[in-house]
Design a protein around this ligand. Structure first.
Ligand code: TUI
Length: 319
């Protein structure tokens, strides 16, 4: 049942990984996903090392299943976090927002499985050469910091370009997206937005409701002019940010305007000033469910989709 190189590599029941969303992916969410048979991830985001170490220890009290830590490479603490995951015996590291190449040798020495997020074929090939164990291939449909290529176009191109197993991300929230990803050559999926709108996500309820109420066109891209585009749900913050971007405001000012706004969304649920990062698939998500229900319904619906598709099989038009 959906046993792939990813379930084998990570020693998990289902090939479903939780995204490492800064300020959202705490030990509570990660434990719920790991206990439901997926891979839960703690997001280091821009947290200092001692806080991340505590999160790892709290997670270990809640699960004996495999889990991971996401290292956001633009964080000033990225190098410290690499040291901490090595000391704490973390089994899996995912990385985002940069090339993790310089850290891979140390992580591998500590027998940590390294799975970078890549938004292009060229970076996929480079990190494979540098020793990555698998890749998370993330399309522009995703929430937060994004690349430019869609999941549909990027996943098969990376699948053809590398030997290591790949996990599709960006725009996936149900059994149809799961099976589509496998059809494109992925051996697992990573979901962020779907798990933000879960019962166990330890964030303000307004964030979850922003997602369940969102429609197909509500997840916009802000900050293209800064070189760090982020996908975020439309609100007063995105409107004011877009207006600032049209003016001569320099990049440092723009970055300053957005710093801290994600925390404001996650902790305070500030509907006007918060930055509610979320993917284009928000429009598909209408209910807050437990991580166990989310995962089991994806697997159940996935089996159903395969069955339905198999009736299309065959090429003899005369039948
Ligand atoms: O990292 C993410 N999503 C994030 S990180 C984040 S915190 C943040 N906030 C404001 C500005 C910037 C970051 C919020 N959401 N997803 C994984 C991801 N990684 N998406 C795209 C990339 C990526 C981009 C460029 C990975 C590597 C990369 O490499 C460039 C290079 O150095 O070659």
């Amino acid at each position: 049942m959906f046993n792939t190189r990813i379930t084998e590599l990570l020693n998990i029941k289902y090939p479903i990984i939780q995204g490492g969303m800064a300020w959202i992916a705490t030990h509570k969410l990660a434990a719920a996903v790991s206990n439901a048979g997926g891979l839960g991830i703690i997001a280091a985001g821009s947290l200092p090392g001692d806080v991340v170490r505590e999160e790892i220890r709290k997670l270990k009290e809640l699960t004996d299943k495999p889990f991971g830590v996401n290292i956001m490479l633009m964080s000033p603490y990225a190098e410290d976090i690499v040291g901490i995951v090595c000391e704490e015996g973390v089994p899996v590291v995912t990385t985002g927002a940069g090339n993790p190449g310089i850290y891979i040798p140390k992580l591998k020495e500590h027998h940590i499985k390294v799975i970078p997020v890549v938004p292009t074929v060229s970076l996929a090939k480079r990190v494979e050469r540098q020793g990555a164990d698998a890749l998370i291939v993330e399309g522009t449909e995703a929430g937060g910091h994004i690349g430019e290529i869609t999941t549909m176009a990027l996943v098969p191109q990376v699948a053809d370009a590398v030997e290591i197993p790949i996990i599709a991300a960006g725009g996936i929230a149900d059994g149809r997206g799961f099976i589509a990803s496998l059809a494109l050559g992925a051996e697992g999926v990573q979901m962020g937005t779907r798990f933000v709108a879960s019962a166990e996500a330890d964030i303000h309820n307004n964030y979850k409701e922003m997602i369940t109420k969102a429609k197909d066109r509500d997840a916009l891209v802000a900050g293209r002019s800064t070189g760090h585009p982020i996908r975020v749900l439309k609100n007063r913050f995105t409107k004011e940010f877009a207006e600032l971007e049209k003016t001569e405001t320099d990049i440092m000012e723009l970055e300053k305007f957005s710093v801290g706004k994600l925390k404001l969304a996650a902790y305070k649920g500030d509907l006007d000033k918060g930055s509610f990062m979320a993917g284009q698939i928000s429009g598909l998500i209408n209910e807050i469910e437990s991580c166990k229900d989310i995962i089991e319904s994806i697997i159940g619906k996935g089996n159903q989709v395969i069955e339905d598709l198999s009736s299309l099989k065959g090429g003899d038009k005369s039948e």
